[in-house]
Design a protein around this ligand. Structure first.
Ligand SMILES: [Zn+2]
Length: 375
């Protein structure tokens, strides 16, 4: 029996298909926010620890609740109120939902390379700003005319130009002043960026990363944007749990801002998906290990300063989390996983969302995660 679609049925079919995929993607990374905070909120032991917090009373008043779910909602309200109900989230390791790094180091550069290229490379064994031998998904897509010139990255950490191998890839990666401020707002950001004291020599304030990125999103028709927030990790390394908590809360608000901006612009509305993840976890036990992240192999090599106290590495720092929402992303909420999902599967998942076959770009990538795809 032949089956002829009427014009109306065909239009219905086409419009149904069009919402099954994202035309555009915003990838958001947050450096080193633990799954423990993302899914259970603040730790009372750390928030009230005299060495790690100067404002225990304030932290507890603003972020504590006896119920872990409500506690997590206070720390990351957008993640829990919106992404959890409209999208898919994995990585609450206490509930059988597992996401991990597949690289053998558990620190930043190998983590970002894995997320962005979908492959691991043993030559990436430090955080030194060495040009990446691997190609990021942005570099791979830049050979495709539908994407060329319509991708960018905005990052707080100054190693990102090397991670993107900007000399080879030509991907615009902003880590400082805008070279060509396109609006009055960007000129003002440049003025403030030059005049506000940086807290770290290698990481700028996330507020600059966020507002430059948002401004770029508004004035371009972007296909793939990466926003790399960095403050939480640096505060954690300094042992400032109070600042780590406040910076994490701030980034959750930034992500809400990105989402609301996407929905307010015709070009992005209802055809742009967001993917949120972290480049590594941190320690949990013993308590003071929350400052660090490193594998056993890392403490035997690049992070040898940790070897005396942590000869086995920082246990659990390979544990990460992922969250996504947007057209084509099922509303699974927190999803238990049969096997651990790997950070090396993110790049292929983003490609799949945008209708691209990862095997045409780099068949060595981890496979797309069905958990984040339409059923
Ligand atoms: Zn990191």
């Amino acid at each position: 029996m032949k089956n002829y679609l009427s014009g109306a049925a065909l239009i219905t079919l086409l419009s149904t298909q069009s919402v099954l995929a994202a035309d555009n993607v915003v990838l958001i990374t947050i450096d080193g926010v633990r799954w423990q905070e993302a899914f259970s909120g603040i730790s009372a032991a750390l928030a009230t620890h005299e060495e790690y917090s100067d404002v225990a009373g304030q932290l507890m008043a603003e972020f504590w609740h006896d119920d872990p779910a409500q506690r997590a909602q206070k720390l990351m309200p957008f993640l829990h109120n919106t992404v959890m109900s409209q999208g898919t989230v994995v990585g609450d390791h206490s509930k059988g939902s597992c996401a991990v790094l597949t690289n053998d180091w558990n620190f930043s550069y190998p983590g970002y390379n894995e997320i962005l290229s979908g492959v691991i490379n043993d030559a990436i064994n430090s955080n030194a700003a060495v040009p990446n031998p691997e190609k990021t998904v942005l570099e791979l897509l830049s050979a495709n005319p539908a994407f060329a010139g319509r991708m960018a990255a905005f990052a707080s950490w100054n190693v990102f130009p090397a991670i993107y191998n900007v000399e080879r890839s030509g991907i615009p990666v902003n880590i400082g002043l805008s070279d060509q401020p396109a609006t009055e707002f960007e000129e003002m950001l440049n003025t403030l960026h030059a005049d506000v004291s940086p807290h770290w020599p290698t990481v700028r304030h996330d507020a600059f990363t966020h507002h430059y990125a948002l401004s770029w999103l508004k004035r371009t028709e972007s296909r793939l944007l990466h926003i790399a927030y960095g403050e939480p990790d640096d505060f954690a390394h300094e042992g400032d749990y109070d600042e780590y908590v406040v910076a994490t809360r701030r980034v959750d608000g930034f992500i809400e801002d990105v989402w609301n901006t996407l929905q307010s612009l015709d070009y992005y509305k209802d055809n742009t998906a967001i993917f949120i993840t972290v480049d590594h976890g941190r320690g949990e036990q013993p308590l003071e290990s929350w400052l660090h992240h490193a594998s056993k192999r890392a403490v035997e090599n690049y992070m040898s300063g940790l070897a005396a106290d942590y000869p086995q590495g920082i246990i659990g720092s390979e544990n990460i989390w992922m969250a996504a929402m947007g057209p084509g992303v099922p509303a699974n909420g927190l999803l238990p996983t049969r096997e651990c999902l790997g950070a090396n599967q993110i790049a292929a998942t983003l490609l799949h969302w945008m209708g691209e076959d990862y095997t045409q770009y780099n068949p060595a990538m981890g496979k797309p995660m069905t958990e984040f795809l339409p059923r």
